[in-house]
Design a protein around this ligand. Structure first.
Ligand code: NDP
Ligand code: 8X3
Length: 254
């Protein structure tokens, strides 16, 4: 895993930052992107001496900015080997008929369109070099519905199916595609979902041992470090304290 150039979206927190830490090895070059520059600078400082890093303040919803960021990569960082499409978010848990439509739009723009832009702009180089790996962070919410998961789960279902379709398009090349579907993991995810309400966010994980960002980074690292002829298609990863619910049945009062 040395000599790799790794482009990570959403590297300012959670899974993305943990991926940066695990891939930070001598000889690797990390491109760390997110909207917030301060945590990226802190991470860059932390990783100094372990890997070369290039940080880019980037909102993946901004197609031109993604194009500009890819076009302006310094020569040493241009040949991307691994793209970790991780930037994403859930907003709210309201039922569909009460939800804030702007929140739905933000999730679509980030989780679907942002991931599309990064993939479309970085993939041609991988195909031209006949080498590369796209890792898409989906979710258990892509397969398993839950109340309030409405558009968030829908965006992650897109990520899962898009990953499979990419595999079809890339057949005949040596470019790999992996889709990771994590379950409940304690990061800034719930704080973002509940718009800064830390108490509500903490309740999501209360009394249970959630996955950590490091668990998911290890999973990504494992998938990427398989021999070049092995493609890990999809991995669903859950905490031991999480499982599926039974079917919900509404009963009229008896
Ligand atoms: P965090 O909130 O801790 O991290 C999310 C990251 O995404 C941040 O670095 C944030 O950076 C970045 N991000 C959000 N919006 C944008 C944007 N428009 N442009 C660029 N970067 C953006 O959450 P997680 O680490 O948990 O989430 C990472 C991914 O994992 C997401 O796709 C999420 O849906 C998925 N996931 C999370 C699970 C969980 O339980 N935690 C489970 C399953 C999947 P910044 O705000 O600085 O832009
Ligand atoms: C995050 C996990 O269950 O909150 O994707 O949707 S969940």
């Amino acid at each position: 895993m040395s000599g790799q150039t790794i482009f990570i979206t959403g590297a300012s927190a959670g899974f993305g930052a943990a991926c940066a830490r695990i891939f930070a090895q001598p000889g690797n070059r990390l491109i760390l992107t997110a909207r917030r520059i301060d945590p990226l600078l802190t991470l860059q400082e932390e990783l100094a001496g372990t890997a070369d890093t290039h940080i880019i303040p980037l909102d993946v919803r901004d197609r031109e900015a993604v194009q500009g960021a890819v076009d302006a990569l310094p020569p040493a960082f241009r040949e991307i080997d691994v793209l970790i499409n991780n930037a994403g978010l859930a907003l709210g848990l309201e039922p569909a008929h009460q939800v804030n439509l702007d929140d739905w739009e933000t999730m679509v723009d980030t989780n679907i369109k942002g991931l599309m832009y990064c993939t479309r702009l970085i993939l041609p180089g991988m195909v031209a070099r006949n080498r590369g790996h796209v890792v898409n962070i989906s979710s258990t919410a892509s397969s398993w519905p839950y109340p309030g998961g409405n558009v968030y789960g829908g965006t992650k279902a897109f990520v899962t199916q898009f990953s499979r379709n990419l595999r079809c398009d890339l057949l005949g090349t040596k470019v790999r595609v992996t889709c990771i579907q994590p379950g409940m993991a304690e990061t800034e995810f719930s704080k973002v979902r509940f718009k800064g309400d830390e108490e509500k966010a903490a309740k999501v994980y209360e009394g249970a041992e959630a996955l950590t960002a490091g668990d998911i980074a290890e999973t990504v690292y494992w998938a990427v470090s398989r021999p070049a002829h092995v493609n890990i298609n999809t991995l669903e990863v859950m905490s031991i304290d999480q499982a599926w619910a039974p079917f919900a049945i509404h009963r009229e009062k008896q």
